[in-house]
Design a protein around this ligand. Sequence first.
Ligand code: SF4
Length: 170
Amino acid sequence: MLNIHNIEKSNFVNGNGNRFVIWVQGCDLGCKGCWNRESWSFEAKILKSADEIFKEILNQPNLDGVTFTGGEPFLQDSELTKIAKRVKSETKLTIQVFTGFRLEEIENSPLLKEIDTLVAGRYGQEQRVYNFSDTVWEFDNESVEVEICEDGTLIVTGYPQDEFLKDLKI
Ligand code: SF4
């Protein structure tokens, strides 16, 4: 089972085009400036199987790809690899992953073989973009997407500046 912080089935600021984005739950890297500290806890939040998530991906129209972010995706790489393998073999979607690990720290992970674009390294200090396939993604650390939920909750994704968050009163 994958422990998930949040899923957005259509998001435009976490990779090329329209993406199914999975924020996993749990991270102990403690990057300075991390603004997603709610995703640090390893307590179970939303539990779903790889098969369940893959079905949701198939049911979502007009996607360009799937993005894994966090929390720390490589701390749950066995479940994510199952999803990524099916995405790569059964669809034309791309896989993009944002990790706080440096490439040399995850080089033995099976997930790495399934990735088109990887953003690796501690947040705000040493992030690098690796384009492993024909897919080329330029790191854009200015885009922000704000979703207004039915209950009035705001979900902010992308790279918001502190001033922007203050203005939103989050
Ligand atoms: S890897 Fe991501 S979630 Fe973990 S501390 Fe760094 S920025 Fe935050």
